[in-house]
Design a binder for this molecule. Structure first.
Ligand SMILES: [Zn+2]
Length: 223
């Protein structure tokens, strides 16, 4: 019998993960790389695919208990796995990451990351560390990556990013003057101030980064 795991309900339709590797061998289904869904025109299907992908990885990586090594089983009443031996409960892991648009009047700081596949300039981003507030993470990442200080840090909104099991938490912030941009030359290969109306290639608005850059471009930030 085909092994399935209930994932979630989408518009009243129950969605299951099918663990059988051979399901796509016929003409009816085809495998795609998960990045295919980054630009997929139907957001509901794209959401189901990428969140299903995130959950599949989580289930696959937690088949055994990290405390005692025994097999885990799905918990019945909530999304969790429970160890069959020591009863440790394992919840899905979501990594909080800040993303910050640094504003200086009619200029925005955009940076090129060495991991970008496109020739894009985007916002400064990074994972929050243990024991650190999100505001502290914003200040640390900005300092580490471009050598600047920011203040007036304002929360904008968040966006789950299932490709990396992250929660992107967006902020606008104002630069504190007296410092020059000093890039880390590891993650960041270039960073500069760009004036409204003269922005370089940047991510599309499907991502929170693209959305925030577009808000700046339309002078709709409110900073
Ligand atoms: Zn255990």
């Amino acid at each position: 019998m085909m092994k399935t795991t209930y994932l979630f309900s989408l518009n009243g339709i129950a969605c299951f993960l099918v663990w059988d590797d051979n399901i796509a061998s016929g003409d009816e289904f085809v495998y795609k790389d998960i990045s295919f869904f980054r630009t997929f025109p139907q957001p509901g299907f794209a959401w189901a695919a990428v969140v299903g992908y995130q959950l599949m990885n989580w289930y696959a990586q937690n088949r055994f208990c990290g405390s005692c090594g025994a097999i885990t089983l799905e918990k019945k009443n909530e999304r969790a796995l429970v160890c069959t031996n020591c009863q440790t409960t394992i919840y899905p892991k979501i990594s909080p990451a800040i993303i910050v648009a640094i504003i200086d009047g009619d200029r925005i700081l955009l940076a090129r990351n060495s991991n970008f596949i496109h020739n894009w300039y985007s916002l400064i981003a990074g994972y929050a560390d243990i024991g650190e507030s999100l505001e502290e993470a914003v200040q640390r990442e900005v300092k580490e990556e471009v050598g600047l200080e920011v203040h007036n840090i304002m929360y904008y909104k968040s966006q789950p990013w299932p490709f990396s099991s992250s929660m992107m938490i967006g902020f606008f912030a104002e630069v504190v003057h007296s410092r020059e941009i000093c890039i880390d030359n590891k993650e960041i290969t270039d960073a500069a101030w760009f004036k409204r109306g003269q922005l370089p290639n940047h991510p599309p608005t499907i991502s929170i980064a693209g959305e925030m850059i577009e808000l700046f471009e339309r002078d709709d930030v409110g900073v």
